[in-house]
Design a protein around this ligand. Sequence first.
Ligand code: NAP
Length: 299
Amino acid sequence: MTERVGFIGLGIMGSGMAANLLKAGFDLTVWNRTPERADALVAAGARRAATPADLGAQCAMIFSCVSDTSDVLEVILGEQGVIEGAAPGALVVDMSTISPQGAQTIAAALAERGVHFLDAPVSGGSEGAARGTLSIMVGGPADQVARAMPCFQAMGATITHVGGHGDGQTVKLVNQILVVGTMLAISEALVFARASGVDLEKTLQAVSGGAAGSWMLSNRAPQCLRRDWRPGFTIDLQQKDLRLVLQAADEVGAPMIVTAQVFQLYRALQAAGMGQEGNHALIKALERLAGVEVGTGEG
Ligand code: NAP
C-alpha cells in the first residue's frame, strides 16, 4: 500500500508539484496558509488539512515548499507545525530553498521525535513544476531517498542524491550562482544587441542552440523581449537565495564576484518597487545604465 502523502505550500511551485502528485495517483492531503489557494486541488480530489500538525497526523510522507528558512521552521517545527502531529517513522521532505544549516536544524529536531527528514530543493522554474520536469537535489539518508523516490519521480525528471542533510541546499545554492550569473550575461548581451541595432528575435534564434544556449536564455530572454515581467520566480525570493549564497560563501571563503554584483542590482530594483516581478527583470537595471529598452511589449 502506498503511504499517504501531504503537501504544504501551494504557491507558484507547490501548486504544480502537488497537482503532479495527485495526477500520479497518490492519496494527497494539502494545506496552504491562504486556504483558497488549495481549492483547485481539493476540487481535483485532494483532502484538506486544518493545520500543518493536522496534515502531519494524517500523512506518512509530508512535503513542504514555502518561502524562506523561518517559514519552513514555522510549518515544520512551530506551534501548529508538522512535528506536533507526525508519528514516529514519518518522513518530512522540505523542497523550499533555505539555508543548509536550517535544514540540519530541522533534521535534528525531527530526529528527536523519530521522524525522518530530507532536504530536496528544486530547479526548473514554474514551468518545470507544472510539467513535472524539475531537477531535484536531495540531502539525507539513502533509505529515505528511496522511500520518497516515487513521489520525486512524479514531480521531477532529474533526481540526484547529493549527500547528507543540508547538502541538497548547498547544491541548490550552486544552482543559484549559475542562474544569476547567466541572467546577468543575458541582460548584458541583449542590451548590447539592442544598442547595436541588430534584430533581437533573430539574435536569440541564432545563439540559443549554440554554445551559449541555456534554460534561462530559452525561457526568460523571450519574456524580456515581450516585456513580460510576470514572475516564474520573484526578485524578492531570488534575493533571499542570494543572501543565503553570500552568507555560505563567506563562511567557506569562496569569491562571489558576479553574484555579489547581481545582488546589488536586484537590490536597486527592489528599492524601485519591482520585488514581485520575475528575476529576468534584472535586465531593467542594465537598460537604465544604457538608456535603451529591449523588446516592445507586443506579442
Ligand atoms: P510563492 O509563489 O511566493 O509561494 C510561497 C508559498 O509559501 C505560498 O504557498 C505561501 O502561502 C507559503 N508560505 C510562505 N510563508 C509561509 C509561512 N510562514 N507559513 C505558511 N506558509 C507560508 O513562492 P514559490 O515561487 O512557489 O517558491 C517556493 C519555494 O521554492 C521558495 O523557497 C523558492 O525559493 C523555491 N523555488 C522557487 C522557484 C521558482 O521558479 N518559483 C524555483 C525553484 C525553487 P500563502 O499562499 O498563504 O502566501
